[in-house]
Design a protein around this ligand. Structure first.
Ligand code: NAD
Length: 272
């Protein structure tokens, strides 16, 4: 958990982190809770993972609930938002984090693989963002709690700008998230709803465990990271806290890359 000297920048706020039961999502959930937010830890297939994150947050003095939904299914997303409203009355922060990879060479990519990834990574973010925005508008401003009426943070990737052979479904979903985020930010700004993305580089989580199996693979991954280390979920948690807090009140429609310089074209560092 972040340091105990936390300034509780998210006190009295209710947050939902989709896919909060592992990896980056759990790091974000813990960081938001350490700043005073009550966090709903969404899971689709791992109630144990979500329960563990809730336990960790509670042990650190925070407040959290596990909440189930497959974010690609509209009826499950609607039920999840209903549950949040019934339990806590409203929502202030959505972290749209759920995502999957289902890789294949392009020539062999089945429609099923394409759709699986688009359904979770892109449609899932649309469905949750729409329900969050509807709730923010229904509830209206609460300036005593936060300057913005609501905050939406989309978990994108460096692959919203870096093409990725063998992963066209994933890269397309992240490119789509960029325009989803920017278009929502433009449309919702008059209601004082801020929408931003985080673009992580390589963060050590289950999604990319196979790319770090051997020391050789890890070394090869590090050649893509000028800063010389693989990121941790807590690196992303800190960015999410800032984007959710009033410190970033004038920031909307932006992707904040947290990638150790991966988007800096490291291949050109030695004169190209
Ligand atoms: P992860 O596999 O630990 O997390 C993904 C989460 O999404 C899991 O909790 C999983 O249960 C959940 N999820 C999957 N399908 C779902 C569904 N249908 N409904 C609800 N939840 C579902 O991996 P991670 O690295 O923590 O990934 C989190 C996000 O960060 C993803 O959007 C991923 O694309 C993004 N990201 C990760 C990295 C990285 O290097 N790890 C880099 C860039 C972006």
């Amino acid at each position: 958990m972040p340091d105990s000297a936390s300034s509780r920048r998210l006190q009295h706020q209710i947050a939902l982190v989709t896919g909060g039961s592992s990896g980056i999502g759990s790091g974000v959930a813990e960081a938001l809770a350490a700043e005073g937010a009550t966090v709903f830890v969404n899971y689709s297939h791992s109630p144990e993972g979500a329960a563990e994150v809730v336990k960790k947050i509670e042990a650190a003095g925070g407040k959290a609930y596990a909440v189930h939904a497959d974010v690609s299914k509209e009826e499950e997303v609607l039920a999840m938002f209903k549950e949040i409203r019934e339990k806590c009355g409203t929502l202030h922060i959505l972290v749209n984090n759920s995502g999957i990879q289902d890789d294949s060479p392009f020539l062999d990519m089945s429609l099923e693989k394409w759709q699986n990834v688009i359904n979770v990574n892109l449609t899932g973010q649309f469905l949750c963002a729409r329900e969050a925005a509807r709730e923010f508008v229904r509830r209206g401003p609460q300036p005593e709690i936060s300057k913005a009426t609501g905050k939406i943070i989309c978990m994108s990737s460096v692959h919203e700008v870096i093409p990725w052979a063998g992963h066209v479904n994933y890269a397309t979903s992240k490119g789509g998230i960029m325009q989803l985020m920017k278009s929502m930010a433009q449309e919702l700004a008059p209601q004082r709803i801020r929408v931003n993305s985080i673009g992580p580089g390589a963060i050590a989580t289950p999604i990319n465990a196979s790319a770090r199996d051997t020391p050789e693979e890890e070394k090869s991954l590090l050649t893509l990271i000028p800063y010389g280390r693989i990121g941790e979920p807590a690196d992303i948690g800190k960015v999410a806290v800032w984007l959710a807090s009033d410190e970033s009140d004038y920031v909307t429609g932006t992707t904040l890359f947290a990638d150790g310089g991966m988007t800096l074209y490291p291949g050109f560092a030695d004169n190209g």
